[in-house]
Design a protein around this ligand. Structure first.
Ligand code: SF4
Ligand code: SF4
Length: 140
């Protein structure tokens, strides 16, 4: 069943966050997307010129490369469930073991996010999976 957070995210037409945010990707994100779409990793991400070793999701002049513009003027994520962990966990983070709404999510112009928008158990599971992927990347 689709979570309330995913329904809110999918139904947001402006997708301002996908236009403006620079999304850091993990090695697992890149491999998962490149394999599923059968595209080279260089089409998925690029190296952040300001931070050695950091890779960010590919961008076009209109924002994220995977952001789709529909004929009604709204926008959707072209990756769906394949989107990177940083997108799947947005707008939450784990702070000292607690699920919280991130400070940068409070700048969303379309929605005032709160913990009432998320299923805490489901969100914790995704956040913990994201942390595990980051740790696995650091251990490589
Ligand atoms: S964070 Fe804001 S801009 Fe992004 S999809 Fe959600 S409501 Fe829309
Ligand atoms: S992958 Fe999807 S959710 Fe993430 S920034 Fe791009 S369009 Fe938005």
């Amino acid at each position: 069943m689709t979570s309330r957070k995913d329904r809110l995210f999918t139904g947001c037409g402006p997708k301002t966050c996908c236009e403006q945010r620079i999304v850091e990707v993990t090695t697992a994100d890149v491999e998962r997307i490149a394999t599923a779409l059968q595209i080279p990793e260089t089409s998925v991400c690029s190296h952040d010129p300001d931070t050695p070793g950091r890779r960010v999701l590919a961008r076009s002049p209109d924002g994220c490369s995977f952001l789709l513009a529909l004929v009604d003027g709204s926008r959707r994520c072209g990756l769906g469930d394949l989107r990177p962990m940083a997108c799947r966990t947005f707008p939450c983070s784990l702070e000292q073991g607690l699920v919280q709404v991130r400070d940068d999510a409070r700048h969303c112009e379309c929605r005032a996010w709160s913990l009432a928008d998320v299923d805490l158990a489901e969100e914790r599971a995704v956040l913990e999976a994201a942390v595990a992927e980051t740790h696995a990347q650091l251990a490589r």
